[in-house]
Design a protein around this ligand. Structure first.
Ligand SMILES: [Zn+2]
Length: 247
C-alpha cells in the first residue's frame, strides 16, 4: 500500500499502530492542545477531555451532571468517583475502540490507578503517556512574549517578532497581549501542574509506558517525535500483544 493512502484521514486503519489510549502530559503552554488536534486528525480518533464531559453532562442534565453541578455551586471539588464514572461511560462509546487521546485525565495518581484497573477489566490496551517537556524559562518567554493580531496572526517578541514593533506584518493591525498570558497566571498554573502531575508522570514512568518529547521544537518536529515514540512503545512486549489483537 502506498504510504500516502495509509495516512489519509479517511483511512483510519493507520490508527491500528497506536499502542492504546495516549495521554499527553506537560506544563502549561507546552503545546499539548495543538499536538492532540494533529493526532486526532491523523489517526481518526477522539479526544476525551474531562472539561468537555462536564459541560456535556451539565447541558444534558444527566444524573451525574446534576450532582457535579450541585458540588460546584457549593464550591466543592467533584470527587474522583464521579469523574471516573463520566470517563467510563465515554470510553464505552464505539468511537473509542481504536484509541483516543486523554486530555486533563488522569490528573491524579488515584485517577491513574482507577483507569489502569478499568482498562484491564475492559480488556483494553493500557495507557501510554507522552510527556512534553520544556525548560521553565523558555515556556515563560513563549507565553509572556506572545502577541496576537485580531485577525489571528501570532507573534512572539522574543522568537518571532513582527518587523515593526506592535504591528502585524500581514495586515498592519495592532498586536495585543492576551489577558491570561501573564507571568503570574503562568506561575500559578505551573505550581498546580508540578503538584498534581509529578506523581502521575512517575506512575507511567515506572511501568515503562512512558516517553519524553521536547515540546520546544517546531510544531511539526514535535509531532514527528511523538509518532516515533508511539512506534517505539508499540514494540514493547506488553503493548505488541495488545496492538496485534486490536489490529
Ligand atoms: Zn494580522
Amino acid at each position: 500500500m502506498n504510504s500516502e493512502y495509509a495516512s489519509h484521514p479517511t483511512a483510519p486503519a493507520d490508527s491500528s499502530y497506536l499502542p492504546g489510549p495516549v495521554l499527553l502530559i506537560g506544563p502549561p503552554g507546552v503545546g499539548k492542545g495543538t499536538q492532540a488536534k494533529t493526532l486526532m486528525a491523523e489517526f481518526g480518533i477522539p479526544q476525551i477531555s474531562t472539561g468537555d464531559l462536564f459541560r456535556e453532562h451539565r447541558r444534558q442534565r444527566t444524573e451525574l451532571g446534576l450532582i457535579a453541578e450541585k458540588l460546584m455551586v457549593l464550591g466543592q471539588l467533584v470527587p474522583d468517583n464521579l469523574v471516573n464514572q463520566m470517563v467510563a461511560r465515554r470510553l464505552s462509546d464505539p468511537d473509542c475502540k481504536r484509541g483516543y487521546i486523554l486530555d486533563g485525565f488522569p490528573r491524579t495518581l488515584a485517577q491513574a490507578a482507577w483507569l489502569d484497573e478499568h482498562l484491564g477489566e475492559a480488556n483494553s490496551c493500557p495507557v501510554v503517556a507522552i510527556s512534553l517537556t520544556a525548560d521553565r524559562d523558555d515556556l515563560l518567554k513563549r507565553i509572556t512574549g506572545r502577541r496576537i493580531c485580531p485577525q489571528g496572526h501570532i507573534y512572539n517578541v522574543y522568537t518571532e517578532p513582527p518587523r515593526v514593533e506592535g504591528v502585524c506584518d500581514v495586515d498592519g493591525c495592532p498586536l495585543e497581549l492576551r489577558r491570561d498570558d501573564t507571568e503570574e497566571i503562568f506561575e500559578s498554573r505551573m505550581k498546580i501542574f508540578e503538584a498534581e502531575t509529578a506523581p502521575v508522570i512517575s506512575h507511567y514512568h515506572t511501568e515503562g509506558r512512558f516517553a519524553e518529547v521536547n515540546g520546544l521544537h517546531r510544531v511539526d518536529t514535535v509531532t514527528r517525535d511523538i509518532r516515533a515514540q508511539l512506534e517505539r512503545l508499540r514494540t514493547e512486549p506488553s503493548m505488541a500483544a495488545c496492538a496485534a489483537q486490536r489490529a
